[in-house]
Design a protein around this ligand. Sequence first.
Ligand code: FAD
Length: 293
Amino acid sequence: MKISDILQKKKTLSFEIYPPKKDSKDIDQIFKTIDRLALLKPDFMSVTYGALGNNTKNTVEIASYIKNKANIEALAHLTGGPSSFLDIDNILNLLNENKLDNILALRGDKPLDSNIEYLKYFNHASDLLTYIKNKDYDFCLAGACYPEGHNECNSLYEDLLNLKIKQDMGASFFITQIFFDNDYFYRLLREARKMGITIPIIPGIMPLVNSKQILNTIKMTGCSIPLSLRTMIERFQNDKEAMRQIGINYSITQIIDLLANDVDGIHLYVMNNAVVAEEIINGISHVLAKVMQ
Ligand code: FAD
């Protein structure tokens, strides 16, 4: 089923997972995680592609498990940046064979080493969207967006002009980069709507449950950490359990505020941690029941 069709009827709850780095034992582990996450009844689960140094081949296999074994709708991420037309054709074919209907079309992060050839065929996610739209498939396409602006853009305005291109090229909803200050999301929404971006924009929330993850997240996404959260982290960073509680409770507060402001859905970057997802969803079960029909 197309996620765009679900979004026409209701707000969505979704989880993002990433493929394991290498061998098949890890794949079995991720299948177990998916089975647990499925019990929380998300509307869809998304699977990253080649992010965090992971194996790109596993994305389709895992998305297929989500859809065909766990019976939850799947959203497969796909990055154009490092790929050739043939690479993309092969993946599209595989997705189609596995009855996967939804693709999050991305450019991918440029490698830090500028000698590595990266953008051979797809300079931007909009090029990938156009390429897929012109093929003989009927995928539901989504794109990424950035509440604090993408780090290669000079302003949020410039970034939103480019976001509009993604809508024009066939994206039917957006999922945001993580953020820890909801005001960035509300500003994005307000400015995007002014610029004629009309499709659903789903906020992406990540529970920061340990100190290492915090450092990696800031490095990879460039998102800012509000003073209140920074103070909590600095005070409790050496206490594992306290950090877990802070991460979970901070996410819960963010999500309740977003739902009270009538957002299109909630996308939880669960980082393959089903226990954290369970604690968050159980912690907002009444709020979810009230708004997610
Ligand atoms: P683009 O939309 O191409 O944007 C990149 C930059 O180019 C922006 O500054 C934008 O303003 C500008 N731009 C866009 N279109 C145009 C245009 N037509 N003309 C001129 N400028 C333009 N990375 C992975 O490797 N794998 C993943 O699975 C993955 N999943 C992600 C999921 C989400 C929800 C998000 C938010 C990010 C994800 N990323 C992933 C990271 C993403 O690949 C990087 O943020 C990357 O730097 C930008 O990707 P994009 O698709 O937003 O690129």
